[in-house]
Write a protein that binds this ligand. Structure first.
Ligand code: AMP
Ligand code: MG
Length: 298
């Protein structure tokens, strides 16, 4: 595997040749392949050890490219894409036939997102194809928020675009029937509801026809045991790291999200007995961070 600063032309050639490129987005680093090339997308699942029942997000460079991959593009999708793209919002819509089944785990729907990182957009534009990409980590491990986190040997090439600005995975919203939040991110739900009306929140993990891999209970987990502590609770016995809001961790939810995985990656190699995290409040602003912490705690 070679790591590069920003050789877009080389990365785009690899994508067109059916190879895997790890690339920066504003949320986390992705492991990308040509979304229209079945064999290339198969390689993503093999490299990650990801079950083929977990559909991938397809990254586009424009709303126009997204429309071209959807068989139905609802008004709500247009409204949200215009407001949030490029940005950390993934929209699930009915797919067109040219998207191979392996991308969507056999679902008739596809998850689409236009990422807000200049290198990601340039890569898609130069390759001239949509890029299917999950996070560039092995299955159930922590998502990478910088090029150095991408495991050796995972990709044929790593495009280095600096640290991820958002730091946790995108908000995933299904617009196939009534709007349904599949995975919270950094966009507060009331903000989305102000634009498209009421949004139902998917609760039970693995439930329903649109159950998604991000809802898998073992996602986003460091190797070190992580405990989520309620206010007033102290950390366990032994040697560990205590992450309090407004002390070791930022008091602002966006700033917190931006450093969360970086912090867990760093602590995870320190051979600690535990990582104890003060539980954030149950507000819309903290929903994405709280979701990842709950999964990390298991
Ligand atoms: P990750 O594994 O972190 O790349 O996340 C992929 C996310 O994409 C999952 O959490 C799903 O919510 C979402 N996803 C992708 N495709 C679909 C789809 N067709 N239907 C529902 N969710 C999807
Ligand atoms: Mg992932």
């Amino acid at each position: 595997m070679s790591r590069g600063e920003g050789n877009i032309a080389h990365a785009a050639r690899l994508i067109r040749a059916g190879r895997l490129v790890a690339f920066p987005t504003e949320t986390v680093y992705g492991l990308g392949a040509n979304a229209l090339d079945r064999a290339a997308v198969e390689r993503i699942f093999a490299a990650k050890g990801r079950p083929r029942t977990s559909p991938l997000i397809v990254h586009v460079d424009s709303i126009e490219m997204a429309r071209g991959l959807a068989s139905i593009w609802p008004d709500a999708a247009e409204v949200l894409a215009r407001r949030y793209w490029p940005g950390p919002l993934t929209l699930v819509v009915l797919k067109r036939a040219e998207i191979p089944d392996v991308v969507t785990a056999g679902l008739p729907t596809v998850a689409l997102r236009m990422p807000a990182h200049p290198l990601a957009l340039e890569l898609i534009r130069t390759a001239g194809v949509p890029i299917a990409a999950p996070s560039a980590n092995r299955f159930t491990e922590l998502s990478p928020t910088c090029a150095a986190h991408v495991p050796e040997g995972l990709a044929d090439y790593v495009l280095d675009g600096g640290p991820a600005r958002v730091g946790i995975e995108s908000t995933v919203l299904s617009l196939v029937d009534r709007p349904l939040l599949l995975r919270p991110g950094v966009i507060p739900l009331p903000e989305i509801e102000a634009l498209i009306g009421a949004v139902e929140v998917a609760t039970a993990p693995e439930a329903g026809p649109h159950a998604s891999p991000g809802m898998h209970a073992r996602h986003y987990r460091p190797a070190t045991p992580l405990y989520l502590l309620r206010p007033g609770q102290g950390p366990p016995e032994g040697h560990g790291a205590w992450l309090r809001i407004g002390e070791e961790m930022p008091a602002d939810p966006l700033e917190y999200a931006a450093v969360l995985y970086e912090t867990l990656h760093r602590l995870d190699v320190e051979r600690l007995d535990w990582i104890a995290v003060e539980q954030p409040p149950e507000t819309a602003e903290w929903a994405g961070v709280l979701d990842r912490l709950r999964r990390a705690a298991g």
